[in-house]
Design a protein around this ligand. Sequence first.
Ligand code: AMP
Length: 393
Amino acid sequence: MTHAPILPGATIGVLGSGQLGRMFAIAARRMGYRVHVLSTEYDTPTGQVADLEIRAPYDDVDEVTEFARGVDVVTFEFENVPTTTIEIVEAQVPVRPGGHVLHTTQNRLREKNFLRRAGLPVTEFHEVRALAELRSLCADGLPAVLKSAAWGYDGKGQSMIREIGEVETAWESVGSDCAILERFVDFECELSVVAARGLDGQFVHYQPILNIHRNHILDLSVSPSGLSPDVCRQAVEITREVFEQLDVVGVLCVEMFLTRDGRLLVNELAPRPHNSGHLTIDAHESCQFEQQVRSVCGLPLGSTKQLSPAAMVNLLGECWVFGEPNWASALAGKGVKLHLYGKRDALPGRKMGHITVLADSTREAINIAREVRVGLLSPPGEVGTPLKAVPEP
Ligand code: AMP
C-alpha cells in the first residue's frame, strides 16, 4: 500500500453523509480534490456538495467494493460504520484513521478500556450486562449515568439514574445488553481538544475549547477557553498520548471534564472533526476539516494559529419553531458567520447548522452569538434592527 502523498486532483471517499462530511467535502474541493460519498440516503448534507453520492447500505459488499474502486483514500465522518465495511475498503485503498481506531472508538466499553490501559484519566465506569448487576452497582452510589456501549452520540442511548427506583426504567430505555455505568461527574466545566496527526507522526493541536451542553447536546463552544495554562497543557498532553497510543492518522477530538478539584477526566473520543471544532473554520488559519484533508492525504499539516476570539452556537431544529428563522436579522450581527447543513426537516434536537461569531473578546463573542440566536426567532419585519439582550429561549 502506497505511503506517497495523495495530491490534489485525486479522489477522496467519505463514509457517512452528515454535516461533518459536508464541511470536509467543502475543504477538500477547495483544495482541488474530488469527493465521493457513500450514503444510505440521497441528497444528504455531504452528497449535496460532493462530486458523487453513492446510495447504498454500508453492508452492501458489491456497492462498498465499487465505491472503494473509485477513490484513492477513504475517511469517515461518523463512528458507526460497520467494521466489515472498513475491512472491504482497507483491502483496496488506505482508510485514515485506520479501522483499528474506528473499532476502538465506536464502542464506549472498548474506548474506556483502551483509555484505562493507556494510563489516561477516565471517568469511573463499570461494565453492565444485566439488570441485577446494574441494581447492585447503583446500590454502591448514585447519581450515575447508564450508557449503551454501542451506537451512542449526543446523549442518545444514555440515561441518568438519580435514585434506586429509576434503575429499571433506565435499563429499559438504554435497551442494550451491554452498557456502561459511569459515576456522575460534578464537573467545573467541559472542554475538548481537537488535534491532527500526519502519516509521518507530525502532531498539531488547537488550544482546548470550552463547551457548554444542553440536554446532552453541545450548545456553545468558546475559544480561547480562559482555562489556566496548566490545565491547557495537561489537556493537550492527554490528547497527544491518545494519538500516539492509538496510532491515529487523521483528526480526533478528546472530550474531557474538568472536575471541581482540578482533575481532567476523558469522557469520550471522536475519531474525526468535532462539533466543538467548527469555530476553527472561521477563527483559525487552517480549520479542522482542512487538517483532515491534509492528514488523510499524507500532506504536511496546517497552522492551528487562532486569528480571533470566537464563540459557536449550534442551531437545532427548535430554531424553526416559528417557521423559517430570520436569517437577515442574524446576518446583521457583528462578526457573524452562518453555516447551514442543507437538511430539510427541522426536527427537535437535530443539528441544522451553526453560527460562529468573531469578536475582540470571548465574552463579546458569546453575547453576540446568544443574541443572534434569539433574533432568529424574531418576525421578518425586524430585519436589521439592533439586537437587544434577551433571555435564551
Ligand atoms: P456523551 O454522549 O457521553 O458525550 O455525553 C453527552 C453529555 O452528557 C456530556 O458532554 C456531558 O454534558 C453529559 N455527561 C455524560 N456523561 C456524564 C457523566 N458521567 N457525568 C456528568 N455528565 C455527563
